[in-house]
Design a protein. Structure first.
Length: 391
């Protein structure tokens, strides 16, 4: 039976910021963080990426953190060259650019996990409110559509509601790493509680088989094994320019649990103005997202600034808004200071209109927001319940 949510919560980088993760414009500083270990895989990848930036953007001279180009510029240039089989300049072939992209993605994966682990230990100001949101999220009525790669939602729901079964809306199979191998987990019983979570740009806990095109997901605590799978022995040899296996950090080359091919990798829509969305799992996710948006009465935008690079998603929102007879009730939750909030609100009003049938919150996550989410049924303690969209 298809899931039929009454509420769709669209979350962006601002939501993850509430959980202690950096915004996109803060990624560079975190990627190059001096708190990295003096040895180990991350520092080697950072050295490789620094050289690529120095060579490509700064004439070979050392580039400071402040001088680094935007991640959108880096990924767009890499993708435009690598995806068409061309060099970028004279020194970086398509193969070497794909190595740059994998190194960037794996470093981001580890950075996001480290940042969230630090947040859990710090117990920041938003921890109690975020805990209430995860405690009360109405899994039977609410679907989440996350524009982020990170695992904030999965980890929060697993921790607070003891739910470890996730429907990503794209037929991804539930898998687990066991002694370096990827095995399928037993199917969940029909009565098992599930989190319905869509990730149109991919997720750091997904593995995609290039041979049979099956998609697999693992629990948050196994994301490091995904990173070790994405950057394999041949990548380390090329990056370090060595032949000896003894100098290679730990990496995994598991077989696909469906077809047994050693072809597991990832397909993440990077911070690029030309996102690669033409893969089966992305297409399936977008179809499910359209269905959820059409059937839900409430659209909640939490920490999502509607950036220009997300024009495909904005087009989907506008198409659904214009074709449905009953208009969705829109809630916008934003923050980041008075100026940033006003700019975000203006962007929404220019795109959707006056939002006269919804609510706008400009101070981020607070008690007023939690009460509103309860009232519209996004959280389980709603009273009275808002009506469902007529069928």
């Amino acid at each position: 039976m298809a899931f039929d949510p009454n509420v769709v919560m669209i979350v962006g980088a601002g939501f993850s910021k509430t959980a202690g993760l950096p915004l996109a414009n803060e990624f560079t500083q975190r990627l190059l963080s001096p708190t990295l270990l003096k040895s180990g895989p991350s520092i080697r990848q950072v050295e490789f990426l620094r050289k690529f930036i120095d060579d490509t953007f700064n004439g070979g001279a050392a580039t400071t953190v402040e001088q680094w180009p935007e991640l959108e510029d880096i990924f767009t240039l890499v993708d435009l060259s690598a995806n068409t089989g061309h060099h970028l300049g004279t020194s970086y072939s398509a193969a070497k650019l794909r190595l740059v992209r994998r190194a960037m993605i794996v470093r981001i994966v580890r950075m996001l996990q480290q940042a969230y682990n630090d947040h859990l230990r710090s117990r920041g100001a938003h921890a109690k409110l975020l805990g209430a949101l995860f405690d009360e999220l109405n899994l039977g009525e609410t679907a989440i559509l996350s524009m982020n790669w990170d695992m904030v939602i999965e980890r929060g729901i697993a921790l607070r509601q003891k739910v470890d079964r996730i429907d990503y809306g794209n037929d991804a199979s539930d898998a687990v790493f066991v002694n370096g191998k990827v095995n399928l987990r037993p199917e969940a019983p029909p009565s098992a509680k599930k989190l319905h979570l869509l990730k149109p740009h991919g997720s750091i806990n997904w593995l995609y088989c290039d041979a049979c095109r099956e998609l697999f997901w693992v629990k948050p605590e196994q994301t490091e094994s995904v990173a070790q799978t994405l950057f394999q022995e041949r990548d380390w040899k090329a990056l370090l320019n060595v032949d000896s296996v003894s100098e290679i950090p730990r990496c995994l080359e598991p077989h696909c649990p469906h077809c047994e091919a050693q072809a597991l990798g990832t397909r993440i829509a990077t911070f690029s103005f030309r996102k690669a969305l033409d893969f089966p799992m992305h297409a399936a996710t977008w179809r499910t997202a359209e269905s959820y948006l059409k059937n839900s009465l409430h659209w909640i935008f939490f920490g999502y600034s509607m950036p220009p690079a997300d024009f495909e998603f904005k087009y989907l929102l506008k198409r659904v808004q214009l074709t449905e007879k009953i208009q969705p009730r829109i809630t916008v939750i934003t923050g980041g200071g008075a100026k940033a909030s006003l700019e975000t609100v203006a962007r929404y009003q220019k795109f959707f209109g006056s939002i006269s049938n919804g609510r706008i919150f400009t101070d981020g996550l607070n008690d007023e927001v939690i009460d509103h989410l309860r009232n519209i049924g996004a959280l389980s303690e709603s009273s009275p319940r808002s009506p469902r969209r007529p069928r």
